[in-house]
Write a protein of this length. Structure first.
Length: 190
């Protein structure tokens, strides 16, 4: 069984929307506007590219990342990896041709089936709604969270507000940095 890893830049109050400057969100770009950049705090992002064997995205994140990530040097290791996009509306004609093999998945059942295949870890970037649905369905195995010392108030959150049973997490790696960022890596306890 493959490990499904959710990776996120997240504010202290749980917001994940618009970290890199995506339009349409009042606090867009909060990861670089309001916190001093320390390279050591982002070491995990390079490690993720080395350890992942595939990328899983929701439609909205795919549409935001696919025009720019294929040509970005800092994401070069992701280019040859298989990509999976969970969407009920995306078509083959909507996929970019310069980012490697991409498969459209139509349901969480198809994500669960993907996890049963042979291969290494699958990493989920962005994709707030998909993350909420994956978490609620018990499909996420690990969280890589870079927690920013910011309270953003409104915005899309990583975790849903669904009334559900407690989901226990085990802290397996953590570090705090001089700029206030915290790295927290949690395994989901089953």
């Amino acid at each position: 069984m493959r490990t499904l890893i959710s990776t996120a830049f997240i504010s202290l109050d749980g917001v994940v929307e618009g970290p890199g400057g995506e339009p349409g969100y009042r606090n867009s770009g909060w990861t670089f506007k309001d916190v001093e950049f320390l390279p050591e705090a982002f070491e995990i992002k390079g490690r993720e590219q080395q350890e992942a064997s595939a990328i899983l995205l929701g439609r909205t994140s795919y549409e935001a990342f696919s025009p720019v990530w294929p040509d970005m040097e800092e994401f070069a290791d992701y280019k040859p990896m298989p990509k999976y996009v969970v969407s009920t509306t995306l078509t083959e004609g909507d996929l970019v041709s310069n980012w490697g093999e991409t498969t459209i998945l139509r349901s969480l059942d198809e994500v669960a089936a993907l996890k049963e295949t042979e291969g290494g870890p699958i990493i989920v970037h962005g994709s707030a709604t998909l993350n909420q649905n994956l978490s609620d369905a018990g499909l996420i195995d690990r969280y890589h969270l870079l927690v920013f010392p910011l309270l953003l108030g409104a915005g899309k959150r990583l975790f849903s507000a669904t009334d559900k049973d407690t989901q226990k997490l085990k802290l397996v790696e953590h570090e705090a940095y001089a700029n206030g960022l915290q790295k927290n890596v949690f395994d989901v306890v089953r």
